[in-house]
Design a protein around this ligand. Structure first.
Ligand code: SAM
Ligand code: SF4
Length: 539
């Protein structure tokens, strides 16, 4: 066997959405199979990959800056391979080599499976490699679809958000062509993956200890696949995965308002493992803007959908996305978006300043005529409204008890550890510092309830073996860092607890809140030990 000509250390920076996080997980798994190991230190890596986002210009600029900083890194590491992969690679293609001549690889979203081979070839021949899909303008839909491969075979558990949570891609691409959006170009035509493959993948994930699966798709509720004579909708897929033993929760993002069908709402209502939470971006509260955006619905349609959600799943939390400062947005149009937020009191909203994107219809047809300072002011105003609704909504939850899936140490606890290793916490995904969305603000939801649990679900008894709950006999004080988890309605909760709870369901009573977070403590229970004594156990 010949010695590798490089140190087999991989640095990967991931920018953007959950779809990109999943792609990185799969790329890392494939490279690990070839003997690579991950490093957090870019200066130590002979392979550097940037998995990129093109939704807004800012995310792209950050990547070009990061590439600029690597301009001379090959002087130290002549074997280094630098790659730009994902959405920006598909969008900018050769332009990336022009702007950053030291880049070796440009690999689009449809060619990620090729990366191990392309990295090896680029290193061996010192030749640049460009692997991208066909442009949507240059070929038929079928041809373009064939050039975007769904890439979902391997998994690397270490790259997951936590060992207990996993994403499962159920479809790729998008055919909605909202006029502002580059995704139909960077991710190609909408294609649903075979239902039985997805079910098998979820079974495997559950077997590996995953408790929560999130289905991913740009318009996840448009999922449709005909297999063995049966037509599968998202609701059918959820029902099939719901039966898999070991899974506790199922979520799905992102929903398209027009495709929010009653069968889907019914499974959300009826199946206990399905999160009572829907992310359904409105984008604007003004019909003229929605038309310009080519969203395919009006405010009245959106209202009708919200009423159906409320009628079918009364305690469902709903979150949204908004774009401020889209072409031609007047102050009146902006006020209508604020009114929509006031009317529906979303759990949270991701707010984006419009960013013109080459290749989109809006870029060709409309002037980007809202000045930057006005966009910024509208962004702040909308965020302030969301935050106040969030705070009010969170405050209403004080005193209630929720079932929480414990995800890991909170950010505060991680900082407190000052880099100390901690076994119950998973290595986090090496994501970039350029999120495509602002941090979510937990924004309120107006379907209030007097009972003491989220989403109208019955309280469950903490289902952990006694050994897990028992305090250690030693006199040392128990280590109880701040943990973080989410309720069935996707609300973030922090509380002190034994790290052994990570990956399990716990009941947490809310005592305080911020705009984004519920703060609580684990419910204390009395557990009988042996025949006579009753010990209070703080879990
Ligand atoms: N498919 C999802 C949907 O239709 O809601 C969203 C996918 S997109 C990657 C995420 C969000 O980015 C969108 O909901 C939109 O609010 C925002 N976005 C997309 N293009 C944008 C642009 N050109 N400028 C600003 N925000 C944009
Ligand atoms: Fe973009 Fe619209 Fe498709 Fe969402 S539905 S990915 S916003 S084109």
């Amino acid at each position: 066997m010949t010695e590798p000509t490089h140190n087999q250390k991989l640095f990967i920076e991931t920018v953007g959405c959950q779809m990109n996080m999943l792609d990185s997980e799969l790329v890392v798994a494939a490279l690990r199979k070839d003997g690579f190991s991950l490093t957090d230190d870019i200066t130590q890596a002979d392979t550097v990959l940037f998995n990129t986002c093109s939704v807004r210009e800012h995310a792209e600029q950050k990547i070009y800056s990061a590439l600029g900083r690597l301009k001379f890194s090959k002087r130290e590491r002549p074997n280094q391979v630098i790659g730009v992969i994902g959405c920006m690679a598909q969008k900018d293609q050769k332009l990336i080599f022009k702007r950053a001549p030291h880049v070796d690889l440009v690999v689009g979203t449809g060619q990620l499976a090729e990366i191990p081979r392309l990295v090896a070839e680029a290193r061996e021949n010192r030749e640049r490699k460009l692997a991208v899909s066909l442009s949507r303008r240059d070929a038929t839909r079928t041809e373009v679809a064939g050039s975007f491969l769904s890439y979902d075979p391997l998994r690397d558990p270490e790259m997951r958000p936590s060992p207990f949570q996993a994403f499962a891609r159920i479809m790729i691409g998008c055919d909605k062509f909202c006029t502002y959006c580059v995704v139909p170009m960077t991710r190609g035509p909408e294609q649903s993956r075979p239902a039985l493959d997805i079910v098998a993948e979820c079974r495997q994930l559950a077997h590996e200890g995953v408790k929560e699966i999130t289905f991913l798709g740009q318009t996840v509720n448009s999922y449709k696949f005909v297999q063995e004579g049966r037509t599968w909708r998202l609701s059918d897929l959820i029902s099939a995965v719901h039966d898999i033993p070991g899974l506790d929760r199922i979520k799905f993002v992102t929903n398209y308002p027009k495709d929010m069908t009653d069968d889907l709402l019914e499974v959300v209502r009826d199946l206990p493992k399905v999160a009572k939470y829907l992310h359904v971006p409105a984008q604007s509260g003004c019909d003229d803007m929605l038309k310009r955006m080519k969203r395919g619905y009006t405010v009245a349609h959106y209202r009708d959908m919200m009423e159906r959600i409320a009628a079918t799943v009364p305690d469902c939390a709903v979150s949204s996305d908004f774009i401020v400062g889209f072409c031609g947005e007047t102050d009146e149009a902006h006020q209508k978006s604020l009114d929509l937020i006031r009317e529906f009191r979303f759990k949270n909203s991701f707010i984006f300043k419009y960013s013109p994107r080459g290749g989109t219809k809006a870029y060709q047809l409309y002037a980007d005529d809202v000045p930057e300072d006005v966009k910024r002011a509208r962004n702040h105003e909308m965020l302030a409204l969301q935050n106040s609704i969030s705070e009010e909504d969170n405050a209403l939850r004080i005193g209630r008890t929720y079932e929480v899936l414990v995800e890991g140490l909170s950010k505060t606890a991680k900082k407190d550890l000052h880099g100390q290793e901690f076994s119950a916490d998973s290595p986090s995904l090496r994501t970039g510092s350029v999120p495509s969305a602002p941090a979510p603000t937990d924004v309120g939801h107006d379907h209030d309830h007097d009972h003491d649990h989220d989403c109208g679900r019955e309280p469950v008894v903490l289902d952990l073996p006694l050994a897990e709950l028992s305090p250690t006999p030693s006199a040392a004080p128990e280590y109880r860092p701040q943990l973080v988890g989410r309720t069935m309605c996707d609300r973030i909760v922090v509380f002190p607890g034994n790290p052994r709870l990570v990956g399990s369901l716990a009941r947490v009573q809310v005592e305080d809140c911020t705009q984004t977070t519920l703060i609580g403590s684990i419910v204390t229970r009395e557990v009988q030990h042996g025949s006579s004594s009753a010990l209070p156990i703080l879990v």
